[in-house]
Design a protein. Structure first.
Length: 223
């Protein structure tokens, strides 16, 4: 079965010539194969160049960190932008300015930060990155996990410190009957009745409560 070519632009043939459907498919496969070979080669070259650029960037970061004065001079000269929780970001921003998208910039900076957490020497960085399961994206994700964990731990420490401060301001603890201590570890609220002759009686003790609920109650009492 054959089809009549209607235009030169689509078939490359002269008007009036006939092309088989099989030839059209073969021509498409040939064109796609040629495109794939060029693209594969370009991507292979780009991947090698990227690994080299990342390796050199990591070496520059580590070198600048050893000399705070030179780091400051470099960042001032390059106008690196605002401060960041990730100390590597300013250097990466300055070195790659105008080249990376915002998303890629964050990913590279996070990957570099994770490499430093793992104490990867600059001379071993390329091998480490090439062998790291998941590559740049996975390394960046590991850094994000560490940041999230550290943020949560920081919030817990702040909450504990605030709670300890409130309790300290309430004064010395008052001993309670031994039966009150026959409970699981945690926080409870107790109701105490004090008579006119200063005798105190523990009337009841609540069930275990959330630390945040206790904190809220103590703040209301202080007010």
């Amino acid at each position: 079965m054959s089809i009549q070519a209607k235009t030169d632009t689509k078939t490359g043939a002269s008007p009036g010539t006939t092309l088989s459907r099989e030839n059209i498919v073969q021509d498409a496969e040939k064109a796609i194969g040629e495109y794939a070979r060029v693209i594969d080669g370009a991507l292979a070259d780009a991947g090698s160049l990227l690994n080299r650029a990342l390796t050199e960037t990591y070496a520059a970061v580590c070198d600048l960190q050893r000399d705070p004065a030179r780091m400051q001079e470099f960042l001032t000269k390059k106008r690196s932008g605002p401060d960041s929780a990730n100390p590597i970001k300013p250097v990466v921003r300055a070195l790659w300015r105008g080249i990376l998208s915002r998303h890629t910039f964050h990913r590279y900076a996070s990957m570099f930060a994770f490499a430093q957490v793992k104490q990867v020497p600059p001379k071993d960085f390329r091998e480490w990155l090439e062998k790291f399961d998941g590559g740049i994206k996975a390394a960046a994700a590991e850094w994000a996990k560490l940041q999230k964990k550290a943020k949560g731990e920081g919030a817990n420490r702040a909450a504990t410190a605030a709670r300890d401060k409130i309790i300290a301001e309430l004064g010395d603890p008052i001993p309670l009957p031994s039966e009150v201590g026959n409970r699981d570890a945690g926080l409870y609220l107790g109701l105490i009745r004090v008579s006119v002759d200063s005798n105190a009686v523990l009337l009841t003790v609540s069930g275990q409560m959330k630390p945040t609920d206790i904190d809220a109650f103590l703040r209301r009492v202080k007010k």
